[in-house]
Design a protein around this ligand. Structure first.
Ligand code: 5AD
Ligand code: SF4
Length: 449
């Protein structure tokens, strides 16, 4: 038995931990922190659910369908439990925070419930469950950033990694559950972020993505986001730096200046608009207007004419008229987004919108509007790809193409996928390619020798 100070046995004792992750990139990063914490306790990470002694499901609450998927997974787990009665099952992340003890009741009851700020407590929660009780902790923290925990990288490409630079959100967009499930915004100490990025680079990684709900409001002491970004980009010109997500209200010229001055900061900005109608933006509590948003887009283009702009859009938020919807479509045309995440509004319990505004757009109209938005975006993405044909890009190789062993795929600074003949190259190389063709989702290229 492995022991700490010869006093308390580690709870892990070689038991196998499986973790399944849903939702945003932040959750992917959190799962890597959880595995790190659990390995220190003697648990062994496994990718095979069949051999797991403990299964943790890292969950998302952003829309109802995200939660429904998790309930479906819990139903599947009953079969595994039957086969192995000692199996422990835990729900962690946003749904744990939102539903708390309710998850330990009823047919699909789990043994462990851990909110996003309680992962250091997981070993104790497992002990509670081992003792036949329920391990529940959903306390939110004002300070926890897991700053010094080295995440265990689960995504094995070995080229690109996420680094969480802050947690929580203070924006309270009226439709959004995140400020309730992830708590108050807090920034992680800059020196720990830079050290993590440097260590990734030294271990062969060539791209880091700095993550937060609103990275533009990052601050520790006198380090703001532009200065943090610059410090990370200065680690090496061979290290690409990305970030997500930027709130349009905080997108500053200072940030754009820093980006423009360093070619290894990627030419890609994810700038969620949510709607093209100022009336809807006000109701969403987004704190900017359509005009402000377009001004920020113009500033991006001024500093970096080749910068890709991507977005998030919500169709059918409460009170949305046909005219408001048309304004979203016209915003999309005006910006010419490279890519968008597009959603139907899903009312979330406890949010300002649910408590005060209602949900008055019928499902069929939400669906019809979303379809229009998706169709338009497909056209815009294809047009953007066609404009790239004939141009040259530096491609960072991430892996072998799914279609052919003879081809590699990688990304441009704009975050577009390029497929090209392998030549002598391997994962992690930078390859200069000329674009020779495209589909709506992929660019095809050839190496410039
Ligand atoms: N319904 C639909 N989409 C939502 N988002 C956040 N909350 C909701 C909701 N209640 C979307 C927003 C946000 C993205 C992460 O998810 O577009 O930017
Ligand atoms: Fe939700 Fe708005 Fe915070 Fe994004 S900025 S997580 S949409 S509340």
């Amino acid at each position: 038995m492995i022991q700490v100070n010869n006093l308390r046995p580690l709870t892990g004792e070689g038991r196998r931990l499986f973790i399944e992750t849903y939702g945003c990139q932040m959750n992917v990063g959190d799962s890597e922190i959880v595995v790190s914490i659990m390995q220190k306790e003697g648990y062994i990470y496994t990718e095979n659910i069949e051999e797991a002694d403990i299964i943790l499901i890292n969950t998302c609450s952003i829309r109802d369908n995200a939660e429904q998927r998790i309930w479906g997974r819990l139903a599947d787990m009953r079969r595994l439990r039957k086969r192995k009665p000692t199996l422990l099952i835990g729900i962690i992340g946003c749904m744990a925070e939102r539903l708390q003890g309710k998850l330990t009741e009823g047919e699909l009851a789990v043994d462990i419930v851990a909110g996003p700020d309680t992962y250091r407590d997981l070993p104790r929660l497992v002990r509670e469950a081992d003792g036949g009780g329920k391990g529940i902790n959903t306390l939110l923290s004002q300070e926890e950033t897991y700053a010094e925990i080295a995440p265990v990288r689960l995504d094995k490409n070995g080229v690109s990694a996420y680094i969480a630079i802050m947690r929580g959100c203070n924006n309270f967009c009226s439709y959004c559950v995140v400020p309730y499930t992830r708590g108050r915004e807090r920034s992680r100490e800059a020196s720990t972020i830079i050290a993590e990025a440097r260590s990734l680079f030294e271990n062969g990684y060539r791209e880091v993505t700095l993550l937060g709900q609103n990275v533009n409001s990052y601050r520790t002491g006198d380090v703001d986001f532009p200065s943090l970004l610059k410090a990370v980009a200065e680690i090496s010109p061979l290290l690409r730096v990305r970030f997500a997500t930027s709130h349009p209200k905080d997108m500053s010229d200072k940030l754009l200046e820093v980006m423009a001055s360093m070619p290894n900061i990627c030419r890609a900005i994810h700038l969620p608009a949510q709607s093209g109608s100022s009336v809807m933006l006000e109701r969403m509590n987004r704190k900017y207007t359509r005009e402000w948003y377009l001004d920020r887009v113009a500033a991006i283009r001024r500093y970096m004419p080749d910068c890709a702009i991507t977005t998030d859009l919500i169709a059918g938020f409460t009170g949305e008229t046909e005219e408001d919807h048309k304004l979203t479509l016209s915003l999309m045309e005006e910006v010419g987004y490279e890519f968008a995440f597009m959603f139907k509004y899903s009312e979330r319990p406890g949010t300002f919108a649910q408590r005060n505004l209602g949900d008055d757009i019928p499902e069929d109209i939400k669906t019809a509007r979303l379809t229009e938005i998706i169709n338009l975006q497909n056209k815009l993405s294809e047009a953007s790809n066609k404009r790239d044909v004939g141009k040259e890009f530096e491609v960072l190789v991430e892996g072998t193409s799914k279609r052919s062993e003879e081809q590699l795929f990688g990304r441009t600074s704009q975050n577009k996928v390029v497929v090209f003949d392998r030549g002598n190259h391997t994962v992690g190389d930078y390859v200069r390619c000329r674009i020779t063709g495209c589909s709506s989702a992929t660019l095809f290229g050839e190496e410039i020798k």
